[in-house]
Design a protein around this ligand. Structure first.
Ligand code: 6GU
Length: 196
């Protein structure tokens, strides 16, 4: 992963990258020329599968979108700031708009960090145990079951005995039931009619 500062492509002695918006509303907008020069420079060095703009009006990020993006080779993420970027950049270059949720951040940087984290952990070798992403909450639209580690008893608080049984099939059934129960209680919106 590489981070590129837009200021490098800024205009004039002050390396200007933003300006007042046409129409008179308050707030600065990232200018078309520095962004275009930056994107063209990066595109001349790599072929990008997607050029993504992080924006509250984008498609809502979820696990399935992260899964899809983790299969791509090169992604270019554009972070807006202030009131956003000149619309012509969106029209000319952006192939995908992503929002990380229904709230407003002051810039796209934290959203980009969230996106990079969710994708990065799906790439083989990033997680210690490569299989463990398979059992995450949301990977199958269910929340993850409760987990325990040693000791088996603390303050008389016991680990469910099934987990100590060594019966792998029974443990898997138990974990699946716990996932369903947790999802029903906390996120019923994730369940289809049949599972409910
Ligand atoms: Cl991607 N950007 C900004 N500025 N705010 C957001 C967002 C993105 N996603 C949710 N809120």
């Amino acid at each position: 992963m590489a981070v590129h500062g837009l200021r490098t492509y800024g205009l004039g002695r002050h390396q200007q990258i933003d300006d007042y918006q046409y129409g008179g509303s308050a707030g600065m907008v990232l200018m078309v020329e520095p962004l275009s020069n930056c994107i063209e420079d990066l595109k001349s060095k790599r072929q990008y599968d997607e050029i993504i703009y992080l924006t509250p009006d984008g498609e809502r990020l979820n696990q399935s979108l992260s899964n899809r993006l983790s299969l791509k080779n090169n992604l270019l993420l554009i972070c807006g700031h202030y009131k956003g970027i000149d619309e012509r950049i969106r029209e000319q270059y952006i192939t995908l708009d992503i929002s990380i949720g229904d709230y407003v951040l002051s810039g796209g940087e934290l959203a980009a960090a969230v996106l990079v984290d969710t994708i990065g952990r799906l790439i083989p070798g990033v997680l210690n145990d490569e299989t463990s992403a398979l059992f995450d909450s949301f990977q199958d639209d269910l929340l993850a079951p409760p987990v325990y580690t040693r000791p088996a008893v603390f303050n008389n608080w016991e680990v469910p005995s099934i987990l100590l049984s060594g019966n792998e099939a029974a443990i898997q059934d138990w974990q699946y039931e716990q996932s369903l129960k947790r999802t029903r209680e906390r996120r019923p919106d994730l369940l289809s009619e049949s599972e409910f």
